[in-house]
Design a protein around this ligand. Structure first.
Ligand SMILES: *Cc1c(COP(=O)(O)O)cnc(C)c1O
Length: 373
């Protein structure tokens, strides 16, 4: 099936070949200085990532699941504490709450943006609620103008799962700096991706930063002196060196993503529903298009037809968190969150990456036109 004319769902080779010399130099630097864990590259990347966000602290971690878990553990949650998040997200968002020893309280998403629904957040608040994890899904900043006042009013912390929204701007500020902490993934296909796993926590809270630093490294104060039981979850220097090179391109890549998104928007308007549009009142920079997602009735048929024409797609996500076996203990039946459940049946993520050609995008558009005619 994988003949050379397939349109891949994601292809990192155009991005990497355009910066091959920079990647080679980064790898060479780490090999030559031979510090691999918590060395100079990791330190420099933390500083540069914090600077990019105009924020006080960035702490490299092993991945985004750990970033979320480390922040939640930094908040010292008790077993009956509740953390509200959306059922329409990647599993890590909800898992982190369980792993930190608290109770996830799931809510439905907004029908148009598919972001966490602020009205449902408000309705889910109990005396046990400690915080909210907001997910900037698909690269679009969630409705923070409504969510932040709700959190402030009830004294709740706000964690941003920024795994899909590196560099997105909201009212002139970067996503990840809008609440108490931003949690990032550098999984290879993310907008800022390592050549392996990686993550970061960013925050302006000095105490929280200190706790996360401690917890990501076995709770180590001094060598062999451990203050708390922690994880081993550090961003290694090889990945940090690569990310330093890539960070200098991030805003340019976000522009490229917005431009590619514009092509799909122009050619697919009226043909399919496109959720997660940029804010109507903004300049579009609140959306960095990690994914380009459409909704169609008869989704499985449409995907199969696309595949028959060599066009590879994905679904983000086919099963909401509350319908996952891993979360059966929450006791949420089918029908509990109808907006997310309907979306899960209709979503398709189209081929989308930095360096996708208009020829490739044109093939996707033509195929959809023909299938949906
Ligand atoms: C990718 C992703 C994660 C998990 O990131 P890892 O680094 O793989 O742990 C978490 N949340 C969202 C929304 C993601 O897209």
């Amino acid at each position: 099936m994988n003949h050379p004319v397939d349109v891949p769902f994601v292809d990192l080779r155009p991005m990497h070949s355009a910066m091959q010399a920079e990647l080679d130099r980064a790898i060479q630097r780490v090999r030559d200085n031979s510090y691999f864990i918590l060395g100079p590259e990791a330190k420099a990347f933390d500083e540069e990532f914090a600077h990019f966000h105009s924020c006080r602290h960035a702490i490299g971690t092993g991945n985004c699941l750990d970033s979320l878990q480390l922040v939640l553990r930094g908040k010292s949650l008790q077993p009956f504490d509740e953390v509200i998040t959306t059922t329409h997200t990647f599993v890590a968002t909800a898992s982190s709450i369980m792993l930190a020893g608290a109770k996830p309280v799931l809510v439905d998403c907004q029908p148009d943006t598919l972001a966490i629904d602020p009205a449902q957040v408000q309705a889910a608040i109990t005396p046990q609620t400690r915080g909210i994890i907001v997910v900037h899904l698909y690269g679009r900043v969630s409705p923070m103008e409504t969510l932040l006042p709700i959190a402030r009013k009830h004294g709740l912390f706000v964690i941003e799962d920024t795994a899909q929204a590196h560099g997105a701007l909201w009212q002139g500020r970067r996503a990840g700096t809008l609440g108490d902490a931003g949690c990032f993934s550098f999984y290879p296909t993310k907008n800022l991706g390592a050549l392996g796993d990686g993550g970061s926590v960013i925050t302006n809270d000095d105490d929280l930063a200190e706790r996360v630093r401690l917890l990501r490294n076995y709770g180590t104060l001094e060598k062999y002196e451990h203050a708390v039981v922690g994880l081993n979850s550090r961003l290694d220097d090889l990945q940090a060196a690569i990310l330093r090179a890539k960070l200098t391109h991030l805003d340019q890549w976000s522009d490229a993503r917005r431009q590619a998104a514009r092509f799909y928007h122009e050619h697919l308007a009226g043909l399919v529903e496109i959720p997660a549009l940029p804010r109507p009142d903004g300049d579009g920079t609140d959306h960095v298009y990690h994914l380009f997602v459409i909704r169609v009735p008869g989704r499985d048929h449409v995907r199969a037809e696309l595949l028959r024409q060599g066009i590879r797609t994905e679904i983000h996500y086919p099963v909401p968190i509350h319908r996952q076996k891993a979360f059966a203990s929450l006791g949420l039946p089918e029908g509990a969150f109808p907006v997310a459940e309907k979306a899960a049946r209709e979503l398709i993520s189209l081929p989308f990456f930095v360096g996708i050609t208009t020829d490739q995008q044109g093939r996707v558009v033509d195929a959809l036109r023909q299938i949906l005619r």
